[in-house]
Design a binder for this molecule. Structure first.
Ligand SMILES: [Zn+2]
Length: 168
């Protein structure tokens, strides 16, 4: 979510969750690999924008790839980063790495999105919209990651989609 700060109590709760092996294990069970894709695919709840949602404590929810970022880089870096972007244009992706989930800014995210949406073959151009696309792919990833691989193949043939587009 763009630029939303976590209050100090929330931050402490989040830090505790990152250090809780049970919570981390629960998070990890919701992430799968898809053959032929470099992304790490979220199979849990999905938000209106197609992002993963992860309940790290009772009534406490965070955007799933922000949890991934916190796991890898720590709470302070997450707090400093504010805005994360998906260079792979896959809002379900949990992979914190160049080309996938990266530190961004609201302005940069908007600029990249507007640019890439217009590029032929962008997953952002899916006529279903981000949420319906993410939910459909999430359902498949949950049932069988090979279904996602087959669907990505189909989308490549149908729309000429490419998972990695130039940044422009
Ligand atoms: Zn990715």
């Amino acid at each position: 979510m763009a630029g939303r700060r976590i209050d100090p109590a929330g931050l402490a709760g989040f830090a505790a969750a990152l250090g809780d092996v049970e919570v981390v294990r629960r998070y990890a069970t919701k992430v799968v690999r898809v053959p032929g894709s470099d992304c790490l695919w979220w199979t849990g709840a999905v938000s209106g924008r197609g992002h993963g949602r992860f309940w790290f404590a009772d009534g406490r929810c965070i955007v799933a790839h922000r949890f991934a970022f916190g796991l890898q880089r720590g709470v302070q870096e997450l707090e400093d980063a504010r805005v994360l972007g998906h260079r792979c244009d896959n809002p379900l992706c949990q992979r914190v790495a160049p080309g996938h989930v990266v530190v961004s800014s609201a302005q940069e995210n908007r600029r990249e999105w507007a640019h890439r949406k217009e590029v032929a073959g962008s997953p952002l151009g899916d006529p279903r919209g981000a949420r319906r696309r993410a939910r459909a792919l999430r359902d498949m990833a949950r049932r069988d990651p090979r279904e996602v691989a087959a669907e990505l193949d189909r989308l490549r043939r149908l729309y000429g989609e490419q998972m990695q587009l130039p940044l422009g």
